[in-house]
Design a protein around this ligand. Structure first.
Ligand code: NAI
Length: 411
């Protein structure tokens, strides 16, 4: 039978926050009146997880907790899941959708952290600091101005002019760099940045090329041998986007030949699964590379922001049903609920259900003040604001509609 809930008192809504999610998340819940909060510093073993989820309404995880279809069947009251990180592939998204559970994440909370790291790398690599520092650690004194440059006036080529790319452009202009970008979508130029015209033109004319694209078929090995050949002699290459974007063997050859004068790589085709595993890469032999263990977005500030961003999304969904920016659910942005009752109805995406829902409202004489509908391939989400006097009977009838997954009455 479909899972039905009416508005619960906030203190009765159980929130489970695992894996040491930053306390900023708990603060957001408490400030909004939620007090039944279970926290754990690590991921839990399966049996404990099942026990804790048996009466949980909201679940917050980071990347270690695997939320499988089987696990979800042990969480009958679960309303939504928050991934307090960027990725969501630790959750079986289809299974969550089919159980009427929206999943939220924080895709942009660490944008600034990545931008700052890249900015630092641009300065250090243009000055040749990584190589000089590595030599000094070995006792070598390389006092020289050869291949050492200021950032001022240099051309920065940004590939992927999205959230991170645009921020880097603004910060780099503050240093006096001239910024150009290449993006497959038409993007608004910020500051004095200008479109490069094509990827090839960007490669041929930039002193520093930095990648901020998603992982797609098109971006797979985008920086390959042919691309290195088109690169300006002695340019610097930075990748803090995805490990598939730069062909490491091609970069290795370009560093070897001196075509590339330095590189900073934060993401790799294969990365160690834990801090105990050795990091293997041909690039380790080059002093003029900055190799970082996928920490572009890993700062205290980003953790705080992630805690706030995801918990705010969960609180909003709990309070008024908004699913905006959910990764698996039809996105419905809803106004605040004032002096109305709101019925949120989640159903399998089958033809005729909206008509049946509205039949219930007309049969029960309910006056609809607003209705919102979105569907995706698997589910439909219909939110109806109605006159509060008649909400109980309508809500009762809605549960009988075939195809209903979940419904909530909010007031
Ligand atoms: P975004 O989605 O805001 O921007 C990506 C941009 O790339 C978009 O403007 C898009 O149109 C463009 N793009 C897509 N395909 C392209 C192509 N073939 N050629 C040129 N442009 C293309 O993403 P955001 O937030 O700026 O992130 C960028 C990358 O950084 C993502 O891959 C993300 O996973 C990664 N990232 C890495 C972190 C780290 O720790 N190193 C932390 C955060 C994000």
């Amino acid at each position: 039978m479909a899972n039905q809930t009416t508005s619960l008192a906030k203190e009765n809504i159980k929130i489970v926050l695992l894996e040491g999610i930053h306390p900023s998340a708990e603060e957001v819940f408490r400030e909004d009146g939620y007090s039944n909060i279970f926290t754990a510093p690590k991921s839990l073993p399966q049996d404990e997880l099942k026990e804790v989820l048996a009466d949980a309404n909201f679940l917050g995880i980071r990347s270690r907790t695997q939320v499988t279809k089987e696990l979800l069947s042990f969480a009958p009251k679960l309303s939504a899941i928050g991934c307090f990180c960027i990725g969501t592939n630790q959750v079986d998204l289809d299974a969550a959708t089919q159980r009427g559970i929206p999943v939220f994440n924080a895709p942009f909370a660490n944008t600034r952290s990545v931008a700052e790291l890249v900015l630092a790398e641009i300065i250090l690599l243009l000055r040749g600091v990584p190589a000089k520092s590595a030599a000094a650690h070995r006792g070598e004194w390389n006092k020289s101005a050869i291949n050492s440059f200021e950032t001022r006036g240099k051309i920065l080529g940004i590939v992927g002019y999205g959230h991170i790319g645009t921020q880097i452009g603004i910060l780099a202009e503050g240093l006096g760099m001239r910024v150009q970008f290449f993006d497959i979508e038409k993007q608004l130029s910020l500051g004095n940045a200008r479109p490069a015209g094509s990827f090839e033109k960007l490669l041929a004319t930039s002193d520093v090329v930095t990648f901020h694209v998603p992982e797609t078929e098109q971006t797979q090995n985008m920086m390959n041998q042919a691309a290195f050949e088109q690169l300006k002699e002695g340019a610097i290459v930075i990748n803090a986007s995805r490990g598939t974007v730069v062909d490491i063997d091609a970069l290795d050859s370009a560093l070897e030949s001196g075509k590339v004068n330095g590189a900073a790589i934060d993401v790799f085709p294969t990365e160690p699964k834990s801090n105990q595993e050795e990091f293997i890469s041909p690039l380790r032999r080059f002093d003029n590379t900055i190799l970082t263990p996928h920490i572009g977005g890993s700062t205290k500030e980003a953790q705080v922001n992630i805690g706030i961003e995801v918990s705010e999304k969960l609180v909003k969904y709990s309070n008024n049903g908004t699913t905006l920016s959910s990764v698996n659910f039809p996105e419905v942005g809803l106004p605040e609920l004032i002096k109305k009752h709101r019925i949120c109805h989640i159903h399998h995406n089958e033809p005729g259900i909206l008509a049946k829902i509205n039949d219930v409202f007309s049969a029960t004489g309910v006056n609809i003040s607003a209705q919102y509908l979105q569907t995706n391939q698997l589910v439909g989400y219909v939110v109806t604001d109605i006159d509060h006097k008649s909400s109980d009977s309508a809500f009762g009838s809605l549960r009988k509609i075939e195809g209903t997954i979940k419904s909530r009455l909010l007031y």
